[in-house]
Design a protein around this ligand. Structure first.
Ligand code: ATP
Ligand code: MG
Length: 389
């Protein structure tokens, strides 16, 4: 380990190293452990550097192990000084105990440590909560960081197959946090990050249900919340957003499809897609997909697609993200998709047979070329539509 030389430590005891957090939890659940976080007790920052650890930039003393590249944090205790999740004062030092470090963690199942002999240190009964399937806060200080709201919802989604649910008292704290207005301090990009992790689980709707049950969804995504019943009954599975997500899981759909699949229910005239995309800091392609999907949905509601002009107006929409739009249609309106997609394919082929290049070779150019192209495509589409109806 290379950290067991007491000479350069200011404390009498040699530093102790513990595996903490998600790695301990996931191993007890029998899940593969991907990233491991470590806590070092009884060491100073100088001790760490002297042992070859590389200090990482950030608010807290965290170091990278020179060989494994894993992260080692000095044990710390946190006390709140202001609002929002940067309003903490953090103390580190050789006197901070493992129990103090575990006490600042969010959930009991995340507040266990494992020492170098493989003993589990579990002052908050995380192991019991793992067995009971309970997401429970460690201390009432839980309400001080709104990111925890997103995390608990994400864990509810991730561990839903094990039947995990929010503990009663924790649900009370969630409501308290909502009432305190603390959620206003959440950055949209952070909301998106946690939401993305939840969306890629097999029960993504649990994330939104847990946020909805305590009133947080109303603050984060008011339009989505308004369309849903507050209590999570089994019957809620019938809610359109959950159906879309469940089809997305079934189809093993990629993240952008899941994001747009749910976000389509979070916009209305007063909460436009552009505003939502900006707040969540969606990447350009995902925000374009959201915009295009909403455009397609609106056109499907207003046009019949029985005449060639409807198709000529629609086809350019499919130029860049056509495949994703088709998938979104299947996920959101499967019955309509079954009827519409074959007709779309037919229209595409009919229009595609008229090529601009050929017209150019025949001497057409500029605006006249564009008009002739549309005229001939309309002709081709009209005859294709006559043959199919
Ligand atoms: P994942 O499996 O998604 O990595 P994780 O629980 O390991 O889940 P990390 O973000 O890697 O999550 O954080 C590591 C540990 O740090 C957590 O297990 C928890 O103990 C603690 N932690 C992380 N974020 C918070 C927070 N906002 N408040 C309190 N403790 C936190
Ligand atoms: Mg982790």
């Amino acid at each position: 380990m290379g950290i067991d030389n007491p000479q350069s430590s200011q404390s009498a005891e040699p530093p102790r190293i513990y595996l903490v957090g998600g790695a301990v939890r996931d191993r007890l659940l029998g899940l593969p452990v991907v990233d491991r976080d470590w806590v070092v007790v009884g060491a100073t920052q100088e001790d760490m550097v002297a042992r070859g650890f590389e200090p990482l930039p950030g608010d807290f003393p965290v170091f990278r192990h020179p060989e494994t590249g894993e992260e080692y944090a000095l044990a710390r205790r946190e006390t709140k000084t202001g609002s929002g999740y940067h309003g903490f004062s953090v103390e580190t030092g050789p006197d901070v105990t493992l129990e103090e470090d575990l006490a600042r963690r969010d959930l009991t199942i995340n507040a266990m440590a494992e020492d170098e002999q493989g003993n589990i240190i579990d002052p908050f009964n995380g192991r019991e909560d793992l067995e009971l399937g309970l997401l429970r806060h460690v201390t009432p200080a839980w309400v001080e960081d709104p990111v925890r709201m997103l995390r608990i919802a994400r864990f509810a989604a991730r561990f839903a197959p094990w039947g995990f649910r929010v503990a009663h008292g924790t649900h009370g704290l969630m409501k308290k946090m909502v009432a305190s207005g603390e959620l206003a301090h959440l950055q949209g990009a952070r909301v998106r990050q946690e939401m993305e992790k939840a969306l890629m689980t097999d029960r993504p709707w649990r994330f939104f249900q847990v946020l909805h049950a305590c009133g947080a969804l109303e603050q984060l995504f008011p339009v989505l919340a308004r369309g849903l019943p507050q209590e999570a009954h089994d019957g809620d599975d019938q809610a359109a957003p959950w159906q879309v997500l469940s089809r997305a899981v079934e189809a093993d759909a990629a993240l952008p499809l899941r994001l747009v699949g749910i976000l389509q229910y979070a916009v209305d005239a007063n909460h436009p897609a552009e505003q939502l995309s900006a707040w969540l800091a969606l990447d350009r392609s995902t925000s374009a997909l959201l915009r295009e999907w909403l455009d397609l949905r609106a056109r499907l509601e207003s046009a019949s697609f029985r005449n060639a002009d409807d198709w000529l107006d629609l086809l350019p929409l499919f130029r860049q993200r056509g495949e994703a739009l088709e998938q979104l249609l299947s996920l959101s309106m499967p019955e309509l998709a079954a009827d519409f997609l074959p007709r779309l394919e037919m229209a595409r082929q009919a229009a595609g047979r008229v090529r601009g290049e050929e017209l150019r070779q025949q001497g057409w150019e500029g605006r006249a070329l564009g008009e002739e192209l549309r005229r001939r495509r309309k002709e081709a589409l009209t005859s294709a539509l006559e043959n199919t109806t």
